[in-house]
Every structure is written in C-alpha cells, then in structure tokens.
Design a protein around this ligand. Structure first.
Ligand code: NAP
Length: 243
C-alpha cells in the first residue's frame, strides 16, 4: 500500500516514524521545501509543490497512491484544500491529522483575531514591544506598525519586515525557563501567536500568563469541508492500517 503524508509538522514526522517500518506500507512524506534542513522522517521524502490540485491529482495517479494523510500545519490552508480536491478527483482516501488548538486557562489574558491583519489592527492597543511568533512568511501584516518587535522564526523571515525588528532564528521545542528569560531580556509586553496547538511551542503561553502579559491569538482557518479528521499520529496510523 502506497501512502503519501503531506508533512511539515512534528505530527507528520511522528506518523511516518510510526508506520514506515510496517510490512506492506510504502511511505512517502512530502515537504513544501520552505524550511532549510528540515528534520527528516523515516521512509521516503519528496520536496516541492505538486502544481496545484491538478498536479497533486496527477502525482497520486502516477505513484498509484492508495491513501493520503494531510498532516500539514493547521494554517497551511492551500495545500489542505488542494489535498481535499485531489482526493475527490482521484478517489484516493484522505484523512487530515490536526493537533488540537490551544485554549485559555485561568489567569490568561487572551485576545482573539480572525486573521493576521485583524491581529495587526488590535496589536498597538495591547503593547509596544511584541514578541511575534506567527512564522517567517507572515510578517507583512505587521510591517507598517511602529512597534519594537522581537520576531522568532525557523529561518530568516520574508520581507516586508517592521522597521524595528529584532530577529531570532530558532526552532522548538522551547522550554519554559528559556521563554521566561526571553520575555524578560527583551522586555516583551505582548505575545502574538497563531493557534498552532501542540506542546513544542506552548511554554511561551505559560510564560506570558506568569508575567500577566496579554496574548494575541490568531484563530485557525476552517478546515476543508467533509474531510475526516484525527488529532494524533497514533489515530492516523490506525486509520492507515485499517483503511
Ligand atoms: P500553503 O499556503 O497551504 O501551501 C502553498 C503551496 O505550497 C501549496 O499550494 C503547495 O504547492 C505547496 N505545499 C505546501 N505544503 C506542501 C507539502 N507538504 N508538500 C508539497 N507541497 C506543499 O502552505 P504554507 O502555509 O506555506 O506551509 C508550507 C509548509 O510549511 C507546509 O508543509 C506546512 O505544513 C508547513 N508549516 C506551515 C506553517 C504555517 O503557519 N503556515 C507553520 C509550520 C509549518 P503546489 O500548489 O505547487 O502543490
């Protein structure tokens, strides 16, 4: 059985590591190719876009793919929509693997925005020294704001960047102690994040709560309609072994 995992997340890698050794499963993980030196999963790897819905559907046919797991990031809207349409067009079974989003607890001061542009509109009222953790591709919405940003990203962020911007290149997981120290060192007074979910980057939320800082959270886009969703690599592995 030939399996395509659309990757770019820790969950995609965990799933590939879980199932690549199964007898009878031939597993390929696909990367967009944006992150230099990604952590590689077990099994085969391919890199680069497919060329839209048509390209992906063609690839599934050519490779005689039997099942697809869309384990991309919850904010990777385009590839998830393409996967749903290509699966429909080819009749290849598809499941989406999405880690659950975060939710506010006692003591949290969270503000929600529907989009990055919405977050940028709210931000100046919340603090002058934001810690921006929305990813390297998504700074344009904040570029015009006269605030002193600390930006953390896996690889150099794509322009346009805000005028006052200190860039920190790092990739999770991050520890609570390190996040506390970072907030103090840069005198951060507001945190901006997508609702990415998962434990690897959650300590920043705890550190913000402890410091009584406001957190601006960008809501997830809605997933493609009608796609079955599981929330853990183990559940996706079970689906693959029984579909
Ligand atoms: P996107 O906007 O949904 O996708 C844009 C295009 O990139 C797609 O149309 C596709 O090109 C290509 N692509 C995306 N994921 C791919 C994959 N796994 N394999 C092959 N091609 C892929 O995606 P994005 O938000 O730029 O994210 C790119 C990658 O980074 C994804 O793999 C995602 O899991 C990961 N990531 C994203 C975020 C985020 O916040 N968006 C955060 C962490 C990791 P074609 O149309 O040519 O096929």
């Amino acid at each position: 059985m030939r399996v395509l995992i659309l990757g770019g997340t820790a969950e995609a890698r965990a799933l590939a590591d879980m199932v690549a050794g199964d007898a009878g499963l031939d597993v390929t993980t696909s990367f967009a190719g944006r992150t230099p030196e990604p952590r590689l999963p077990a099994g085969q790897v391919r890199t680069g876009g497919f060329g839209g819905v048509e390209g992906l559907a063609g690839w599934l046919r050519e490779q005689r793919t039997d099942a697809v797991v869309d384990a991309t990031h919850p904010f990777a809207e385009v590839i998830s929509r393409n996967a749903a349409q290509a699966a429909d067009a080819t009749g290849v079974p598809l499941v989406a693997l999405r880690r659950p989003g975060w939710s506010a607890g006692e003591g949290d001061r969270w503000h929600w925005a529907d989009t990055l542009a919405g977050a940028a509109a709210l931000l100046p009222a919340l603090g002058r020294r934001p810690f921006l953790t929305t990813g390297r591709q998504d700074l344009a919405a904040f570029a015009g704001l006269p605030l002193r940003f600390l930006v953390r990203a896996v690889a150099p962020p794509l322009p346009p960047l805000p005028a006052h911007c200190h860039v920190l290149l790092d990739r999770g997981p991050f520890t609570l102690d390190a996040e506390r120290a970072l907030l103090r060192e840069h005198r951060i007074n507001v945190l901006v994040t997508k609702d990415s979910g998962g434990p690897a980057t959650a300590p920043k939320l705890t550190a913000a709560r402890e410091a009584a800082l406001p957190v601006l959270v960008v809501r997830r886009p809605p997933p493609p309609a009608g796609v079955r969703t599981v929330t853990t690599p183990a559940a996706a592995a079970h689906w693959l072994r029984t579909c």
